[in-house]
Each structure stands twice: as structure tokens, then as C-alpha cells.
Ligand binder design. Structure first.
Ligand code: F6R
Length: 241
């Protein structure tokens, strides 16, 4: 595991985007899997700026959404696919058919998941991840086995309440209680994985995930066994490392 520690959030954004630009230059057909949440927002903004300035291009890349919330209307702004489109996809030169997202509204969720795994079957090049306060990756909550596939999952109570930040228009009882997530198998099989964390609230879980025991009880700890995983932290998130 490479620990990349930055003094400020600005340095953290620029450090991650410089490396992302570099990966795209070396492999224009980069196959990416991306999260939403508050953590990557500034990174997506900087990548949009870089594409606009001609410094980076996604013209030959492909992007898979990491997860999706269930039970909401297709237009809900907090859905992963809408957030990713607004923050990144619609602002860069990625062809729209190279953006893959999880359709939660279908009758046959299992079939949707099988198709998604099949589309990723030749392997991801780079997965970006945030980390939940309980160590979840995507919507792979504590207890998820390392060989889990893309599937429907129930969200833990803390994840449900935490998602209120993405859905300010919803009352607590309207928050999504389930979702679909790419499984740990595809994440751990990616050629490269970046775990992104900022802010003091993430410091304890970052410490447990990367200095503690490797256990499915903290899904992020499984990244310790990945041969090419980088952990990007600002000073606050990395304070206990
Ligand atoms: C969302 C996702 C989640 C978040 C995690 C941290 O697509 O994958 O696992 O990365 O809950 O969320 P933030 O970044 O909002 O702290």
C-alpha cells in the first residue's frame, strides 16, 4: 500500500489529479470505476478544468459508476448516476455511451448486476473509492466477503442516515435503504485502486483500515492485500497513520 499524504486539501486534489492525468496519458483507454459522495467532488471539478484546458482527455476512456441508491425516482439529483453526470461526465469529453451506470428500476436486478459484471469482466484499470465511517467501500458494508459480486444490498443504518447529505430534499424516512454496488471482487481485481479520504472525521477509520487487522468487518482493510493500492489523505484524515 502506498500512503500519499498531502498538507492541504488543495494539494490533495492536485496530487490526485496530476496522477489521474498521467494515467490517462499512458493509457487513453483507461477503464475506470468511480464513486460519488462528498470526498471526490473537488477532484472531479479539477479534472473537468483540466479537460477544458486541454491537459487531459477521456475521449477513449470508459467509466463505471461504483454503486446506486434504490427506491428513488430516476430524476433524483442525489442518485449516483445523476451526480456523476453533473460533476464530471457531462463536463468532459467522454462519449456518453462510455458511461456505464446501474439501473435500479428494472424488475430483474440480478440480470442487471450480471450484465454489469460482464461489462467489467476484462478488468478495471483504476478504481477510486471513498471510505465510509464503518469502513464500507461503495455499498459493501461490514461483513461483505472479498469475492462478492455486483448485487443488491441493504444499507446499514449509519449509511442510510449518512446519505441525508446527498438528499437534502428527503425526510429521514424517505432516505434510500438499499442499493446496488459493484462487489469487492471487481474492486480488488482492479489493476490499481485509490482510496481517497479528507478531514478529521475520517482519521479513526483510516487508521483502523490501514494499520489494523485485515478483516471483512472493515471492508477497506482488505485493500491492504492489494498489490497496487494508494491511499490519498490530507493531513487531517492521515493524522493517526
Ligand atoms: C459512494 C460510495 C460511498 C462513499 C462513502 C464516503 O459512491 O462509494 O462508499 O464513498 O460513503 O462518503 P463521503 O465521501 O460522502 O464521505
Amino acid at each position: 500500500m502506498n500512503l500519499l499524504r498531502f498538507d492541504s486539501e488543495d494539494a490533495w486534489v492536485n496530487g490526485a489529479c496530476a496522477l489521474w492525468t498521467d494515467r490517462l496519458r499512458h493509457n487513453p483507454r483507461l477503464k475506470l470505476c468511480l464513486p460519488t459522495g462528498l470526498t471526490p467532488t473537488a477532484i472531479y471539478g479539477e479534472m473537468v478544468r483540466r479537460v477544458g484546458a486541454g491537459l487531459a482527455s477521456f475521449a477513449e476512456a470508459s467509466i463505471f459508476a461504483l454503486d446506486e441508491f434504490g427506491g428513488l425516482s430516476a430524476g433524483s439529483p442525489g442518485l449516483t448516476r445523476n451526480t456523476l453526470r453533473r460533476q464530471l461526465i457531462d463536463e468532459i469529453d467522454l462519449p456518453l455511451n462510455a458511461f456505464h451506470w446501474l439501473e435500479v428500476g428494472t424488475e430483474d436486478v440480478d440480470r442487471t448486476c450480471e450484465r454489469y459484471d460482464a461489462a467489467m469482466a476484462d478488468g478495471l484499470d483504476l478504481v477510486l473509492l471513498g471510505i465510509g465511517p464503518n469502513g464500507h467501500l461503495g455499498m459493501n458494508e461490514p461483513g461483505t466477503p472479498a469475492d462478492s459480486r455486483t448485487r443488491r444490498v441493504d444499507l446499514h443504518e449509519s449509511t442510510i442516515h449518512g446519505s441525508a447529505r446527498y438528499f437534502p430534499e428527503l425526510l429521514p424516512h424517505q432516505l434510500p435503504r438499499w442499493g446496488i454496488t459493484v462487489g469487492l471482487e471487481a474492486i480488488l481485481a482492479s489493476k490499481e485502486v485509490w482510496l481517497l479520504a479528507t478531514g478529521s472525521a475520517k482519521a479513526p477509520i483510516v487508521q483502523r483500515a490501514f494499520l489494523g487487522e485485515v478483516t471483512p468487518d472493515i471492508p477497506a482493510s482488505l485493500l491492504q492485500r492489494h498489490g497496487n493500492c494508494s491511499v490519498f489523505v490530507d493531513a487531517e484524515a492521515g493524522a493517526l497513520l
